[in-house]
Design a protein around this ligand. Structure first.
Ligand code: ZN
Length: 232
């Protein structure tokens, strides 16, 4: 991403930090210092504060009194509840999409799966990881209900943190084949069968987790934003 000769807007900074968390460049539990982030983005820490609060509202950052902000570390119970909530909401999503999807929607979904595949092949695991979430978000957007789409985006973001913490080594939460199957079921037009496929897909995601152990990543905050031009 290029941001030369341009200060980022608050929305752009929010997006950058959001993506760094969801891509796994910032690990669960990582400290998000206002001064450090201000330096990374070349802005004052007073601009960083509300952005961290917005991320806290989205449940991917936690703010602890006297200690500051951290990338959220979902508990085992959070992991189960997020997955269960996704099953309830995304079964509804796929039913609605199966009833109303047009060829352009199926094309869009197939394009995301193709992009996901090329990101994986080129070794860009973080980007591929984000695109798997994008698949679920775009599916929700096809319903035309912006509230549902927002809920799915937030749940998928929280699930990305769960995966970052609990995924078994070499497992892949959302498989490409799984997404291709969902598109096929939507195209076939039977909403009961499509809902069943979504339930199985999300149960498969849960099965890739090892809820008995947590991982830690050692990446630094500055390294997480190394694609940005260094400021100040
Ligand atoms: Zn998936």
């Amino acid at each position: 991403m290029e941001h030369k000769d341009k200060t980022l807007t608050d929305d752009e900074i929010h997006r950058e930090v959001f993506d760094a968390i969801v891509d796994g460049r910032l690990a669960p539990g990582e400290k998000l210092g206002q001064d450090d982030l201000g330096r990374v983005f070349g802005v004052s820490k007073t601009r960083i504060r509300p952005i961290l609060h917005r991320l806290a509202d989205q449940k991917i950052v936690t703010i602890e009194p006297m200690r500051g902000a951290f990338v959220a570390r979902p508990s085992v119970e959070d992991a189960r509840e997020v997955n269960a909530a996704r099953q309830v909401i995304e079964e509804g999503v796929i039913r609605a999409v199966t009833r109303t999807a047009r060829p352009k929607h199926l094309k869009l979904l197939r394009e995301i799966v193709a992009a996901e595949q090329s990101a994986r092949l080129s070794g860009n695991g973080g980007h591929a990881h984000r695109l798997t979430g994008e698949f679920h978000f775009q599916l929700a957007r096809i319903t035309g209900n912006a509230v549902v789409a927002d809920i799915v985006r937030d749940l998928v973001s929280r699930d990305n943190l769960v995966v970052a913490l609990y995924q078994r080594p070499n497992a892949s939460a959302c498989s490409l084949a799984g997404h291709a199957t969902l598109i096929d079921r939507i195209a076939e037009g039977d909403e009961e069968v499509a809902a069943h496929a979504m339930r199985h897909h999300l149960q498969d995601v849960m099965a890739t987790l090892d809820l008995g152990s947590q991982k830690r990543s050692a990446k630094s905050l500055v390294a997480a934003f190394s694609h940005l031009e260094r400021r100040q």
